[in-house]
Ligand binder design. Structure first.
Ligand code: NDP
Length: 246
């Protein structure tokens, strides 16, 4: 918990409506942060907000498509104008659209780049200057993927976008380090969510040294570690949560 932010430091989590983002929101709420829940599915976000805050104090909900630059900027600036700058931002929202490269469609390439890499710019560009101007410590955590570290068959689009996220994260970390804002990346391997199709799991399982799929909560634990006040000297890093897969 960061004592320069009171009473509860707020952390925006994109893609909090399900999967890894939902687990991150639950974990950060349990750790005493005020999650700001982002996604597109309002019903799911409202259900989660009700669970986390009760009727008295539900977390705020922000709804926009992370690939829509204008919508993202307007919504985020209005939220911080009304409620103050976030302590932390977790850029988690993402999609995959797998296909062998010779068969890949323009739409599969464009949409994955627009959401997974474009989302980095569209969400962080409006937020970083206000974070710097607040002159307080801050945290940015991006969610990449093992696919972005090693390159994965059928995921040329996704590997490109997720490798881009790693490069962008490291570069932003250098720019923000002296401002006491850390910028790190968490790179999950195969995690049991809607994104990981059952047939993919069966195929990949033998390649995972831990011999099992990861849990969203195990990714959330790494994010929660990076959010801590005493993680202040960890920046420009990629933390893999992948059961030893490479
Ligand atoms: P899910 O498909 O379960 O959830 C994706 C989340 O992202 C949802 O909350 C969804 O919101 C949101 N989202 C997707 N597209 C958009 C968009 N255009 N605008 C706004 N929100 C959007 O995925 P995971 O939880 O598995 O993945 C979370 C992150 O982890 C992603 O970045 C993914 O690439 C990464 N990852 C996942 C791995 C895995 O094995 N599961 C492995 C490695 C990385 P909504 O439901 O409201 O549409």
């Amino acid at each position: 918990m960061n004592m320069e932010h009171s009473p509860s430091p707020s952390v925006l989590i994109t893609g909090a409506s399900r999967g890894i983002g939902e687990a991150i929101a639950r974990r950060l709420a349990a750790d005493g942060f005020l999650p700001v829940l982002h996604g597109r599915n309002r019903a799911r976000l409202e259900a989660l907000a009700g669970e986390l805050g009760g009727n008295a104090n539900p977390p705020r909900i922000l709804q926009f498509d992370v690939s829509n630059r204008d919508e993202a900027r307007k919504t985020l600036l209005a939220d911080i104008e009304a409620h103050g700058v976030y302590y932390g931002v977790v850029c988690n929202a993402g999609i995959a659209a797998d296909n062998a490269f010779p068969a890949m469609t323009d739409e599969e390439w464009d949409s994955v780049l627009a959401v997974d890499l474009g989302g980095f710019y569209n969400v962080l560009r409006p937020l970083v200057l206000p974070m710097v101007q607040a002159r307080r410590p801050g945290r940015v955590v991006t969610i990449s993927s093992l696919s972005g570290q090693v390159g994965n068959r059928g995921q040329v689009n996704y590997s490109a976008a997720k490798a881009g996220v790693i490069g962008a994260t490291k570069a932003l970390a250098v720019e923000l380090a002296k401002r006491r804002i850390t910028v790190n990346c968490v790179a999950p391997g195969l995690i049991g969510t809607d994104m990981a199709a059952p047939e993919v799991m069966t195929h990949i399982l033998p390649l995972i040294p831990a011999q099992r799929v990861g849990k969203p909560e195990e990714v959330a634990a790494a994010v929660a570690f990076l959010m801590r006040e005493d993680a202040a000297y960890i920046t420009r890093q990629v933390i893999a949560v992948n059961g030893g897969m490479s």
